[in-house]
Write a protein that binds this ligand. Structure first.
Ligand code: SF4
Length: 242
């Protein structure tokens, strides 16, 4: 199936459903292989935020094809531990991760929008530091791969392993959509993959430092993201049902 044929298939409701059924029982590595082979290794890219799902995907993706482009959105506001795990992965796999940066430095953002925009308008801050840089970067690709899992949050409960991403106009693969947390960690330990040590300190979901806090026992795993505000997503992932 050529790239355009896959895109047509994903845009066709009936054929998309049959592809979803066919792929959802496959191992995530096989789903990545499918995307890389059908779309082309230089036409699809893996998004990595260095959380535990993403480090597992990095391992699988580089087994499929070491040439695959892997990028991260550098908001300049990540925890030091996040940059350290990037460096450990880079060394382990001899792989350079593509740094996607916002148009404005933090200083320029402060000049234009005032200090600590994330406290006053996190949606605008995420738009400037994540969504717009991602939109610009993805124009060079026909598909992207993410670490979304159904059980991460109610907004992700209907994620499929293959979707048409309406926001970015391309194929989106979520190879871990049906995996649970334990399966991901088992994979990480079985393959001795470096991971962010903050996960061992009650940070199940790690984003920018100012917008991430530890969660208490029994709290939702994403309760530490934008705590105290109604915001639950950066705006990178638009639900299929929206
Ligand atoms: Fe800004 Fe917070 Fe969004 Fe990071 S997560 S881009 S600091 S609002």
């Amino acid at each position: 199936m050529e790239k355009q044929l896959l895109q047509q298939a994903v845009l066709d409701e009936t054929r998309l459903k049959s592809l979803q059924e066919e792929l959802r029982t496959k191992h995530p590595e096989e789903i990545i292989r499918f995307g890389v082979e059908e779309i082309g290794v230089k036409a699809i890219t893996l998004a990595c935020s260095f959380g535990y799902e993403d480090v597992a995907l990095v391992d699988m993706a580089l087994k499929v094809n070491p040439e695959l482009d892997i990028f991260y959105l550098d908001t300049d506001l990540h925890f030091a531990e996040t940059y350290q795990v990037r460096d450990r992965l880079s060394e382990r796999y001899r792989k350079e991760f593509i740094r996607v940066a916002p148009a404005l430095t933090l200083e320029e953002q402060q000049e234009h929008y005032g200090a600590e925009l994330w406290k006053r308008d996190p949606d605008l801050c995420c738009k400037l530091r994540k969504v717009e840089p991602l939109r610009k970067f993805l124009t060079g690709y026909q598909g992207w791969i993410t670490g979304i899992r159904r059980e991460q949050s109610p907004t992700r409960a209907h994620a499929e392993v293959i979707e048409w991403d309406k926001a970015f106009g391309m194929v989106k693969l979520n190879p871990l959509a049906f995996w649970n947390e334990k399966q991901v960690w088992n994979y990480i330990f079985a393959h001795d993959i470096p991971y962010n040590p903050l996960h061992d300190q009650q940070y199940p979901s790690i984003g920018c430092q100012p917008c991430t806090r530890q969660v208490k026992p029994g709290e939702d795993p994403r309760a530490g993201r934008w705590a105290g505000s109604a915001k639950t997503e950066c705006g990178l992932h638009v639900s299929q049902s929206e």
